[in-house]
Write a protein that binds this ligand. Structure first.
Ligand SMILES: Nc1ncnc2c1ncn2[C@@H]1O[C@H](COP(=O)(O)OP(=O)(O)OP(=O)(O)O)[C@@H](O)[C@H]1O
Ligand SMILES: [Mg+2]
Length: 340
């Protein structure tokens, strides 16, 4: 096996992405594990486990170790991270790569330290941490070392991380719980109430990606047949769901998200606010793909809003960039643990 270059990892609540220096994204898998609840044996991890959601055989459950903004199951999170890192790194006794890890803001210091130690076992030579907004901004092509304030919002599954960055530092930050998962939950609730139809999580995620929109002025009304279980008859049934309905379904999580943006804008010093008004806000994270989101945010805040290219990959790509230019970014990297 050829030697592996240094790796950047985005350990998200929905997905884990790994970027290899010089190669780009080499892994992008759902952050889920299928586990036997009696023996705690792992049945599968990533894509394979995701396919089981809603179809779990008896005795098996699909676990998402990071959910709703907190670490639900730290042991499972470590296993998941190790498995993916080992898959990319392989068994190298020499040429072990350095790693740059971006973890959930909800991880505490002890958990971060344990994750770093686990990385040694998984084959990394040395692991450093990077703050998520800095990695997201770099991956979105924002020059973070400039004095001018730049606002980046990473909309993931469990959290929306909004930050203003200037001179390589986070000057203001707010972590909101309104993100992709809440949008998905709202879609499930709406279809249950309006159509008496119980749909699964994966189906709701597919509806959101295929026809989801948050913009009431969006003229492009799409429709999708959606299958679930009728709550009255108990039988499988299919209904057509439209994007106009999704706009209505997600009003509440959208309102909370807009409020989150306002709360950050209101707190930043005037000079930085001026910069943000000039340069606009850049959205990263998978949630930035939600149709109409940048338009609505722009309309609500009267500030230009842009979606980064490949938004879901920005954090991992940003980690990769920081590894490529260590001199330039050394001071923004956190806790380093080195095997001696
Ligand atoms: N095309 C799309 N339209 C709407 N939402 C999408 C689309 N693609 C992905 N998403 C949503 O993006 C979210 C996942 O984004 P991402 O992979 O950035 O999250 P994460 O990094 O794992 O989570 P977090 O940053 O909160 O830990 C999910 O809620 C998913 O439904
Ligand atoms: Mg993320």
């Amino acid at each position: 096996m050829a030697s592996v270059e240094d790796i950047g990892i985005d350990l998200g609540s929905s997905n884990v992405l790994i970027c290899e220096r010089g190669k780009g994204i080499v892994l992008n898998e759902p952050a889920v594990l299928a586990v036997n609840h009696d023996t705690r044996n792992i049945i599968s991890i990533g894509h394979e486990a995701y396919q089981m959601i809603g179809r779990e055989p008896a005795g098996i459950s699909v676990v998402r170790p990071l959910q709703r903004g907190t670490i639900q199951d730290f042991d499972m999170l470590s296993i998941l991270l190790n498995y993916f890192v080992m898959r990319v790194v392989g068994k190298h006794l020499f040429n072990r790569p350095r790693a740059l890890l971006s973890v959930s803001a909800t991880a505490n210091e002890i958990e971060k330290r344990q994750l770093i130690l686990g990385m040694l076992e998984a084959g990394a030579r040395r692991t450093q941490l990077i703050e998520r907004p800095l990695a997201a901004a770099m991956g979105a092509g924002i020059p973070i070392n400039e004095v001018s304030g730049r606002m980046v919002a990473d909309i993931g599954g469990a959290t929306t991380d909004i930050a203003v960055i200037s001179s390589g530092e986070i000057m203001a930050r707010s972590i909101q719980e309104s993100a992709g998962d809440q949008v998905t939950d709202a879609i499930i609730r709406y279809i249950r109430l309006k159509h008496n139809l119980l749909i699964g999580w994966r189906t709701a995620e597919d509806v959101k990606s295929a026809i989801g929109s948050v913009d009431p002025e969006d003229q492009n009304d799409l429709s999708l047949p959606v299958a679930g279980r009728n709550l009255v008859s108990g039988l499988p049934r299919q209904v057509d769901v439209t994007s106009v309905e999704i706009v209505e379904a997600v009003e509440e999580p959208l309102r909370l998200l807009v409020e989150g943006f306002h709360s950050v804008i209101e707190r930043i010093p005037a000079e930085l606010a001026n910069d943000v008004f000039d340069d606009g806000i850049v959205l990263t994270g998978g949630g930035a793909n939600l149709r109409g989101l940048s338009t609505v945010l722009q309309r609500e805040m009267q500030i230009p809003v842009y979606v980064a290219e490949h938004p879901q990959e920005c954090i991992a790509l940003g980690c990769g960039l920081a590894l490529e230019r260590p001199g330039e970014y050394q001071r923004i990297l956190g806790d380093a643990r080195k095997r001696r």
